[in-house]
Design a protein. Sequence first.
Length: 440
Amino acid sequence: MPESARGAEDEAEPAPIPATELTSPTPEPRTDQPATDQPRTARRRTVLLAAGALVAVAAVGAGVLTARGSGSGSGGKAPAAADGLPHTTVVVATAGCGSGWTHPQAGHQVFELHNTSSTAAEVYLTDAKTGAVYGEVEGLSPGTVRPLGVTLGNGSYAFKCLPDDADAVTGPTVRISGSKVRSGPAALPITQQELIPPTLAYQKWIQARTVELARKTDVLRAAVDRGDLAAARKAWLPAHLVYERMGAAYGTFGDSDGAINGTTAGLADGVHDAGFTGFHRVEYGLWHGESASGLRGPADQLGKDVHALEGSWPTQRMDPADTGLRAHEILENTVQFELTGRTDYGSGTNLATARANLDGTRVLLGYLGPLLKTRDAGFAELGDWMDRAQHTLDGLDHSGKWTPLAQLTRPQREKVDADLGGLVERLADVAALTDVRRTA
């Protein structure tokens, strides 16, 4: 999952995709040379509609349709719309934030958030006592209306409006009582300050991995240097898997990631392009009959790039605000690229890579756990899904010889896709809950 996968993530926000649409990929036939016209791009999502956690709507970028619906701006009881749910129009503005919600009722409902101001804004529906967030809409443009669906029970609620370049404004408190309906999930916002300790701890873990990576890459390079290609093939996977376990740090590696683990995506001459370097370049040569003399240059360059990363890492700093997002991206990219065979250059070890990516995700969740356990009602279930995916992948490891994707039976393939796809959906909750939110 190289950082080249994220080259376009900050250029534009894609249309929001509910987590329920994160379906598993259709198996693709393995080829000797992966396509070069499909660069690995990991799309940054702000907040996903995720099952079992914070109900939210992702930020809207250019070209995304604005959703509108019937409201109850007159202050009467919220009427039921075509979807059978009550809709209430609520004003989003510096003056009058939250106005329009005059007849509160319990149950599942939709608020039509209308930005009547001249600037874009974020808006949260919060617990008036604790500040926990039940739902949010980001990037609400002036004059537009966007829906926010929530389930509310007994409690005190308030909308918080956060206009761009202006202080937050909290609307009037609205109370619901006498209901047997249980409110949907809510979570206290996580601050960047809270994310610093787990990020620093993870950085230290990565430092130890760079040392291990350099040591195992040296074994691979030495085997190529002495012309023992059988030993080199044996040494390639252990070294590569160390790198794959470091997935949440790729964004901090900068150009080193492309040099160490880049693919042929975007390279005019594919596997023969001079810009094709790193583990996959060596992999291609080892499993396509290239001579030891031809591989010495790529293996030596890989060793130099790995040692350069090891030396530079102590001076690097990860962005705490990205930590939770990476916990979702690691396996999202695994489903998109490893399970489709796009990163197989001959070794047939994509499932081993998927397993290493799972390990890396588990490590990161371990550091984030103290923050998530009190915010994510489904955190324990997430651990069960991690175990399920691990058990499925481990069943395809035969004493170090992994089943290639092309040799999976249909039931095996469906099980892998279902378990990894389901896990990715649940990891979207982590990205949503650790998204740093404005509070003032």
